[in-house]
Design a protein around this ligand. Structure first.
Ligand SMILES: [Zn+2]
Length: 229
């Protein structure tokens, strides 16, 4: 049985109620047809975006995408758990399976970013009570460098972690199958918040290239064939 604590309604400190009203009154009428088409025809996003939960990473701003274009899975650190074929309660794994098998997305982007608190925490630890977080961050372990976490080391680890997650994606049978069939491409992005630039991983050069000067967003191969940065 659910019990409700006798608390007053939450204060709307962020003006969220006001923003909901504005969305309905201002934005929605201008784009009503698009939303109704997306309901009538269903969603057919071509991209699975696996991004860090960080509030400064705004996928729609970076990509200019609108409703129906990105299927988004976000978590602490933009991490991909190892595929183990289990029925475990794993949101990120379920999201990958759904995007690839059901939605048949054409590309998967793993998007980390500069000044990532998850990567820093992988070096510095988390509060003892945060047991799930502690386990979760072991997904970064292989990307860690045997040095003190200087700004440069953190930057490199953020990028190494992105490549590591791409490699792990290739262990998902449905991902590998689609990649090998030429129906799916994987991409690693490192969003540099302070520069407003996304550095895209070029697998052939094994380097992250600022999108502002890149000519493509280099797809694989991934899975041990490349040297992380
Ligand atoms: Zn982050």
């Amino acid at each position: 049985m659910i019990t409700f604590m006798d608390t007053p309604p939450a204060a709307d400190d962020d003006g969220l109620l006001q923003r909901l009203k504005q969305f309905h009154a201002d934005y929605f009428p201008l784009h009503q047809q698009r939303f109704q088409d997306l309901v009538a025809d269903g969603q057919h996003p071509k991209t699975l975006f696996i991004g860090c939960s960080d509030s400064r990473l705004v996928p729609y701003l970076l990509t200019g995408a609108g409703p129906g274009e990105l299927f988004i899975v976000r978590n602490v650190g933009a991490l991909v758990p190892p595929y183990d074929g289990s029925h475990g309660l794993h949101g990120t794994t379920a999201g990958i399976e759904f995007a690839v098998l059901q939605l048949k997305v054409k590309s998967i982007i793993v998007c980390g970013h500069s000044h990532c608190g998850a990567i820093r925490a992988a070096y510095e630890g988390v509060p003892a009570e945060a047991k799930a977080l502690q386990s979760w961050l072991t997904l970064v372990d292989e990307a860690l460098l045997p040095v003190q976490p200087s700004a440069e080391a953190l930057w490199r680890t953020e990028q190494r972690s992105i490549v590591l997650q791409l490699e792990r994606l290739m262990d998902y049978p449905m991902v590998r199958r689609a990649v090998e069939a030429g129906e799916l491409t994987l991409h690693g992005w490192h969003y540099v918040i302070e520069d407003g630039d996304v550095h895209v991983f070029d697998a052939q050069r094994a380097a992250f290239i600022p999108a502002s000067v890149a000519t493509h967003i280099g797809a694989g191969p991934y899975g041990g064939a490349i040297q992380p940065p």
